[in-house]
Design a protein around this ligand. Structure first.
Ligand code: CU
Length: 175
């Protein structure tokens, strides 16, 4: 009933006692987190540097085709398995509803993995590591990546992209 009334004069009381301690704790934690964001970007070795270049989707697809033709080492259910040169460039094309090709990488070697989409926005989610990147048509997103463990990794699309979204699964093999 009285919520629109003006507060009485002198309503403000400066924080005192325990209230001061709580405000001090909250403020110092805010400052710690503010410093941690840039610190962990450089020290945590988990973040992409966010390198991205403009690219015409059909030209990116043509680069992927050339990459596959030059480095193909096998096939799995009709999807080419491609082994890029250590230290070199690798390409993965997302489209409704597939990831192409399957990359075969070597543990401890560094690669520049180019991600882009032919049609609309997809989400590159590398499991079980749970590393996530947006994949946009028109952008060549470059991940500088050094696998630290061997095994088979799964790429799932985590950006809803239509009827086949839940079957949009790719693979990266590390030896
Ligand atoms: Cu998708």
């Amino acid at each position: 009933m009285s919520s629109i009334l003006v507060p009485e004069r002198g309503w403000f009381r400066a924080p005192a006692g325990h209230e001061k301690i709580w405000i001090g704790l909250a403020l110092s934690w805010c400052l710690v987190l503010t410093v941690m964001m840039p610190y962990w970007h450089f020290r945590g070795k988990q973040n992409s540097r966010g390198e991205a270049y403009a690219v015409v989707p059909t030209e990116f697809a043509a680069r992927v085709d050339r990459f596959i033709a030059a480095n193909k080492v096998g096939e799995s259910n009709g999807v080419p398995i491609v082994e890029p040169a250590p230290g070199g460039d690798a390409f993965v094309l997302a489209r409704m509803w597939s990831w192409n090709p399957i990359l075969k990488l070597r543990k401890g070697e560094t690669y520049r993995v180019h991600l882009s989409s032919l049609d609309l926005q997809h989400g590159f989610s590398l499991q079980p590591l749970n590393m996530n990147f947006q994949v946009m048509p028109g952008y060549d997103h470059v991940l500088t990546l050094t696998p630290t463990s061997a095994g088979s990794f799964t790429i799932v699309c985590n950006e809803f992209c239509g009827i086949g979204h839940s079957n949009m699964i790719g693979h990266i093999i590390v030896e």
